[in-house]
Design a binder for this molecule. Sequence first.
Ligand code: G3P
Length: 218
Amino acid sequence: MKFFVDTADTAAIRELHELGMVDGVTTNPSLIHKSGRNIKEVIAEIAEMVDGPVSAETVATDYETMVKEGHEVLKLGKGNIAVKVPLTWDGLRACKHLSSEGHMVNVTLCFSANQALLAAKAGATFISPFIGRLDDLNLDGMDLIADIREIYDNYGFKTQILAASIRSANHMSEAAKIGADVATAPPDVIKKMASHVLTDKGLAAFLDDWAKTGQSIL
Ligand code: G3P
């Protein structure tokens, strides 16, 4: 499973990138707002730093303007920008247009298997089902990932399932078990994947015993 980082915080991306943990980056208008940065500057900086796809979201709601915005954000990268469009009818039209021109398109705000089916038909490179926001409604977001996986595999759709709205390390392993192609998570969630209480406890016991030996390795 590929790891995308869901943030516009360039310092956090750089830290994970140096560890080889970043296969791509996703942003959205809320994350741009949180960064306090100009969208063009921050997307260009991220796209320069990482080689993988960097999703930059359009904010128009009509097809024509979405396509124009898509062409604008595409200029910010080195061929590694994925234009992010919402899963609306206009968004699907923009997806078809941009993907037919050979560009990567990430169709976002997906909450149903039918929406994912339409995105695949429209040539989406990535479909972004939002797990956490379904969980927030007492639904099981992971069921949606499983349904989309089954449908895409039934018909050999090439659209990659990009599990989004990931809120916990558990979401990451669940998405990987189901076979999501990509998971995008905030930096702190990716870091939390390294934590286990038994690792901490075991390390403390080892260090305790080591101190008793009076030895040193260096
Ligand atoms: O990738 C989409 C993601 O940013 C949404 O996450 O936590 O706002 O539902 P969240």
